[in-house]
Design a protein around this ligand. Structure first.
Ligand SMILES: Cc1cc2nc3c(=O)[nH]c(=O)nc-3n(C[C@H](O)[C@H](O)[C@H](O)COP(=O)(O)OP(=O)(O)OC[C@H]3O[C@@H](n4cnc5c(N)ncnc54)[C@H](O)[C@@H]3O)c2cc1C
Length: 545
């Protein structure tokens, strides 16, 4: 890996001394293994003397990624998240190291702000470097038009698990495929080195088998956060940093809709913008630092608001998490279009997200983005890096009506993006994957057929609140009512106090972000709403200082 200061900082004598106070000092012989792939939990280390190698053993031949010397930090997202190691760490020569468990690492972060700054900058930058280093890691074998393969890849990407994808539809990947042997396999297959570990797994199988899903401790939490988009992640950072026992549940992993945003330019403090994935990973790591527990994939199917002051969160698989309060931050999902051929090709060229995972599937093919809002504009800009023929299909006649002016201008100036106003998708065609789209110009009634490698749909969003029972009241469009609006429904059960600003019609259950009625559908708003929800939790529990 490329050496650079942010990724490979050197701790000073004072910082090493603080680390020594928090962890345990060990003398290791040359060649001693500190951790290896699959091992869990993975401790973090500070090298005091000698040298330690980080080695990629995911291929037949070992590959040395980096050698750490005195003052180096050995830690990554894996160790903080309690997930199994993906790399091998071995001493290159006799070495003195400080070993730190997750809890000891957290204590160290609180004790030394300068060390904490170096530590987290290193973790995030190294993660980026590893992704572009050619590290093979876990291998997903699957076809580019297979929705199950796409789902597994999205899950690994969201959760920051380094992996590589082998498209079994490509002749160039024949030798890699042949190396798996002749037994018939059910695709997608998960492979480590040349061994097939899982065939056509569900997300739950994959997470359980690879140790990605954290077991939720059987305790009563202060708060359970349902959904880990910006609102849930914002809430997790504030709740955990303020000492609340916090668990965060999500069917896919951290990021939410923002994870599908290639560049967020209106988040205060980032004038150059940052990708939604980067923002999501940063907030995830920050919440882990403060001790929040994350578990994915967990789809919440029901909330039970009990009258004894406790609540239960029921997952789709029947697991129950007990808690004093709940923050619902389940956001919205994009509506689909009811056009001929679309249900059959969802995930096989029809997408509701435009991340690197989907964009690489359509590389060099013409693509069609449906919608006229900011999310559609961003998707068009991002996809134009992969395809020189991006059509933005807009129902209305004026892009500025639904898109921020800076973005509309940028889209108009992009020679790779063609804007089709007064235009609607009518049908799609394809045998195993999308091949053609039928468009209608609604001002002339003219229809046309175009080749397409991908349709990206970003039209009207609907709240993910269907799992909530009648006790939590919603507005006519399904968004959760809180505060004064919740009170106005007449369903607020307490006479002795009013609901707080983010409290639903069930005392102790709060809503934040896009799923809440009347909110501004923006990342910064969602993060702020998550933080406000934590203030409400403190008020409810009587824990605010
Ligand atoms: C492509 C795109 C680009 C965008 N660009 C910008 C931008 O530049 N600037 C900006 O300010 N905003 C932008 N937005 C909007 C912004 O991303 C949203 O306003 C923000 O993500 C809302 O955050 P949230 O946490 O409320 O909800 P979401 O981000 O929708 O997150 C909700 C989370 O809840 C989870 N969930 C849903 N149901 C359940 C369940 N039953 N159990 C458990 N978990 C569940 C979901 O998996 C998801 O992870 C963009 C959106 C998109 C799609």
């Amino acid at each position: 890996m490329r050496r650079e200061e942010a990724a490979f900082p050197t701790l000073n004598t004072e910082e090493i001394a603080t680390a020594r106070e928090c962890g345990k000092t060990e003398i290791c012989d040359a060649g001693q293994c500190l951790f290896e792939p699959g091992q869990r939990p993975v401790d973090s280390f500070v090298v005091v003397r000698g040298a330690v190698d980080i080695i990629d053993t995911s291929d037949e031949e070992e590959r040395l990624l980096v050698t750490h010397g005195p003052g180096a930090i050995l830690s990554d997202i894996t160790s903080l998240a309690g997930r199994p190691a993906a790399l091998t760490c071995r001493t290159a020569q006799r070495a003195e190291v400080i070993r730190l468990t997750i809890e000891e690492t957290r204590v160290l972060m609180v004790r030394s702000a300068s060390l904490s700054e170096k530590w987290f900058a290193a973790i995030l930058r190294r993660h980026e470097l590893l992704e572009i280093s050619g590290f093979k890691g876990l291998r997903v074998f699957g076809h580019h038009s297979d929705p199950a393969t796409l789902r597994l890849r999205e899950f690994l990407y969201r959760n920051g698990v380094p992996y590589s994808w082998i498209d079994i539809g490509k002749t160039a990947n024949g030798p890699a495929l042949a190396a798996l042997g002749d037994q018939p396999l059910r695709w997608p297959a998960i492979v480590w080195r040349q061994k097939v570990k899982l065939q056509n797994p569900t997300l739950a199988d994959l997470a359980a088998r690879l140790g990605l899903q954290r077991r939720i401790p059987e305790e009563t939490f202060d708060t359970v956060i349902v959904g880990s988009g910006p609102a849930g992640l914002g809430a997790a950072v504030y709740a955990a940093s303020e000492g609340l026992r916090t668990v965060v549940l999500d069917p896919l992993g951290p990021g939410g809709q923002a994870g599908a945003s290639s560049r967020i330019e209106n988040f205060a403090g980032f004038p150059g913008g940052l990708s939604g994935r980067e923002l999501g990973l940063r907030m995830y790591v920050q919440a882990l630092k403060f001790g929040a527990t994350f578990s994915a994939p967990v789809q919440v199917a029901e909330l039970r608001c009990r009258d004894d002051g406790l609540h239960e969160v029921i997952a789709e698989d029947g697991a129950i998490v007990r808690t004093k309060t709940i923050i619902i931050s389940t956001g919205v999902s994009y509506r689909s279009l009811e056009v001929k051929g679309l249900p059959e090709l969802r995930g096989s060229g029809v997408f509701h997200s435009a991340t690197q995972v989907e964009a690489t599937l359509c590389r060099n093919s013409p693509v069609h983005v449906i919608g006229g809002g900011n999310s559609a504009g961003q998707a068009a800009m991002y996809l134009s890096k992969f395809s020189d023929h991006v059509c933005l299909v807009v129902r209305g006649g004026d892009l500025n009506k639904s898109m921020s002016s800076y973005l509309a201008e940028r889209v108009r100036a992009n020679p790779r993006v063609r804007i089709l106003l007064h235009c609607e998708l009518r049908a799609i065609e394809g045998t195993n994957a999308l091949e053609k789209v039928h468009l209608e110009n609604t001002s002339t009634g003219e229809t046309s057929i175009h080749e397409s490698g991908g349709i990206f749909i970003f039209i009207g969003a609907k709240p993910c609140t269907g799992f909530l029972g009648e006790r939590i009241r919603k507005d006519g469009r399904g968004f959760i009512l809180t505060g004064a609006e919740a009170l106005a429904t007449g369903a607020w059960p307490l006479a002795k106090r009013l609901p707080c600003a983010l409290e639903t019609t069930c005392p102790g259950v709060f809503a934040a972000g896009d799923c809440r009625s009347g909110t501004t559908k923006r990342v910064a708003f969602a993060v702020g709403d998550g933080a406000l929800a934590v203030t409400c939790v403190h008020d409810f529990l009587g824990t605010y200082a």
